[in-house]
Design a protein around this ligand. Sequence first.
Ligand code: PHE
Length: 339
Amino acid sequence: MLDRINALLKEVEVLHAKNAEELEALRIKYLSKKGAINELMNEFRNVSADQKKEIGMKMNELKNKVQEQIKRLKEAFEAQGQSQDEVDLSRTAYPVALGTRHPLSLVREEIIQIFSRMGFTIADGPEIEDDWHVFSSMNFAEDHPARDMQDTFFIEHHPDVILRTHTSSVQSRVMEHTQPPIRVICPGRVYRNEAISYRAHCFFHQVEGLYIDKNVSFTDLKQVLLQFAKEMFGAETKIRLRPSYFPFTEPSAEMDISCDICGGTGCAFCKHTGWVEILGCGMVDPAVLEANGIDSTIYTGYAFGMGVERITNLKYKVSDLRLFSENDVLFLEQFESAH
Ligand code: PHE
């Protein structure tokens, strides 16, 4: 019996299999119920007591060896299988699926292009801000409701660390170390503590505009915005300015454009008014100029702020804001040929 075990030990030392089927056959040959090892086990009962120890140890050695070898072969096959998956040499080289640009990036880029042609440069600021740049320097009263917990994300135990709720904070960031003339646009992400739905999200994107110089008037603002609307939505587009209120502009207005969907005749999208709101704007409040180190007796300025999602919704007729942040390829692929 000892000889047979030794012979088997030699045999399993050089065990090899070409494929998974051969490996399975080996497993059955040695390890199954009717396999070689079980057969030896059955015979083991008849081994005399004085040999039991020696033969028992040899049998254990054999069993461990077989298990080890089969495991090694199995792992080798698995590794091979994986590397075959990684490099599929039979695959054709073309066509290669190209990624698509995100609709919000496309629209932000287009907005930047339009204002760049009108002489605006890009300014940037942090998304994690302090109260001064988001609110106080922008002439928000101490008790203004926008500071309320419901709108602003605060960092726990750090009342002066907030996520900016609008890109107007970048106005202040620019003014604090630049003297006029200033002509910038500030694209960026903003955060508000809103319940997420098809029409609201806890973060979205804005593009802020700021122009400060001598003799800047509301007429200048209106002309720049009209030009923007025509370039963005087509030469036929009309604009309408409605009086509004913002703490940092005086006078303030909200701008509507003639509805792109019905052409102004009235539809469900424009709630049958023929107009849709796209941005807020106004003349920079002298208090804001002063708070940021600019002499309001010499300079005047205008500012505007628009939502990139809103403009994208209009331009591409996207009706659910959540689509912008879900990374749904079927949605994103629709923008492949947009530019
Ligand atoms: N910051 C305003 C908002 O988030 C938009 C705005 C910007 C209005 C600049 C006027 C001037 O709603």
